[in-house]
Design a protein around this ligand. Structure first.
Ligand SMILES: [Zn+2]
Length: 463
């Protein structure tokens, strides 16, 4: 049984999907006018782990991530670069996919793009208009939030309360009340536009997610996710739109939000000069190290990015890599019984942690405990090859959720020169020239080759 912290109601609830065995998930996607930053990366990696854990549990997951390729910021950026939003959108959508691939984020089932969904979006606005939730002004069509009494149920922010400092206050469009938001923006000169019953224009931001989540996943959807800063106004507005237009409440059964990623304790922002894009990150750090840094944290916690934190992640991951390498090198024959209790105990702890609102830190402490216990068995020479293999298979299954470990077998190849030396040493030993034989042993040890003399001949391993 998976329990999820639902932002709607701010409580943990048992997860019961609308359709048995199927999880339908929608995560708000990027606005494609520049490369994704590491805060976005944190969100997509966190939801990737959630998606993968459902798959580990045997669910089928349908995940939809939208691509916002028309937006005020995009138009501004396209004008600045003397290009179109379409070229900009293509360029950064491609880039987004490349970045996600590098970070080992599994592709979504669909990535609908706003510019290709305009007709469906217009249909949703028409529904809202016909049902009396929308009104038209000189510059657009707006959602009248006074018509939706439940407005605020997700964020706790009620329309009459002060909402200073939000996007709503700074909006430069004409509307009846400050909190109303645009469903359709009428085109100004030199802006991209599409025809609509309210004249040429483009959709507002929030309406795309209501439309595309319904079109691609149906109603209600099981999980809607995004970063915590999308709760208000974006997700609040999505609820107002979807529940008013389609009449199905709740339109989302479980709302999930990822915590902030700060940089050395500060909010990431272009003005503070601490803005790190994914390509910049990957120039400096291994993608697997960053992913490890993220997947070992709770998806809801605020996490702080720093060089020290990355160094720590790098060292922990290195230790796990070495642990797995060591497992590959166990030679003693036998059965796997020595690790069976450890594996079953770890499995229980891992699943208990992840079932409890995807508590990754607790899941990782179970993995680290396994590492300690198995290392102890190896130190005591109690591990068999079969037991080591069972641990590797177990870790592979767990890592289908995190996708962060390396199961590459150790390189076990010698150079022609090293092979020649081993043969020569065997010859010397047969001739009882032990002193010379030992010199070769030392020479190879300096190259990281350890020789083991057995009744079947000389064996070697790399350190
Ligand atoms: Zn959205």
């Amino acid at each position: 049984m998976v329990v999820i912290h639902n932002t709607l109601g701010d409580k943990k609830q048992e997860f019961v999907p609308e359709k048995k065995g199927l999880v339908r998930m929608y995560v708000c996607g990027p606005t494609v006018y520049g490369p994704a930053h590491i805060g976005h990366a944190r969100t997509y990696i966190a939801f990737d782990v959630i998606r993968r854990y459902f798959e580990y549990k045997g669910f089928e997951v349908k995940l939809v991530i939208n691509i916002t390729d028309v937006h005020d910021d995009m138009i501004e950026e396209a004008n600045k670069l003397n290009t179109t939003i379409f070229e900009l959108g293509d360029r950064y959508t491609k880039r987004f996919f490349e970045d996600m691939k590098a970070l080992r984020v599994k592709p979504a089932s669909a990535y609908p793009r706003v510019t290709k969904e305009i007709d469906a979006i217009i249909e949703t606005i028409k529904l809202l208009y016909e049902k009396g939730f929308a009104y038209e002004t000189n510059d657009g069509v707006y959602y009248d939030i006074s018509k939706f009494p439940e407005y605020g149920k997700l964020s706790g922010i009620k329309p009459n309360k002060s909402i200073t400092g939000t996007r709503v206050d700074t909006d430069k469009y004409e509307k009846k009340k400050a909190q109303d938001f645009a469903l359709w923006k009428k085109a100004k000169p030199n802006e991209p536009y599409w025809p609509s019953p309210w004249g040429d224009g483009r959709p507002g931001w929030h309406i795309e997610c209501s439309t595309m989540s319904t079109k691609y996943l149906g109603l209600p959807i099981d999980i809607h996710g995004g970063a915590v800063d999308l709760i208000f106004p974006h997700h609040e507005n999505e609820i107002a739109q979807s529940e008013a237009a389609y009449g199905i409440k709740p339109f989302v059964k479980y709302w999930m939000h990822t915590g902030f990623l700060t940089i050395r304790g500060q909010k990431m922002s272009k003005s503070l000069g601490n803005f790190i894009t994914v390509p910049e990150l990957l120039q400096k750090y291994d993608a697997r190290v960053f992913r490890f840094f993220i997947v070992t944290k709770h998806y809801r916690s605020q996490i702080d990015f720093s060089e020290e934190a990355m160094e720590q992640a790098k060292n922990s991951l290195k230790r796990l890599d070495e642990f797995i390498q060591r497992l590959y090198e166990v030679e003693l024959q036998g059965n796997a019984s020595v690790v069976e209790p450890i594996l079953s105990e770890t499995k229980v702890s891992f699943e208990k942690a992840m079932d409890n609102d995807f508590n990754a830190p607790a899941a990782w402490s179970a993995i680290f405990k396994l590492e300690t216990e198995v290392n102890k068995l190896m130190n005591e020479n109690k591990m068999t090859r079969e037991a080591a293999q069972a641990v590797i298979e177990f870790l592979k299954k767990i890592d289908s959720v995190f996708d962060v470990l390396s199961f590459k077998k150790p390189e076990q190849k010698l150079t022609a020169e090293q092979e020649k030396l081993i043969k020569l040493r065997e010859q010397l030993r047969r001739e009882k020239k032990f002193e010379e034989a030992d010199k070769i042993r030392e020479q190879l040890a300096q190259q990281g080759i350890i020789l083991i003399d057995t009744p079947q001949g000389t064996k070697w391993r790399k350190v």
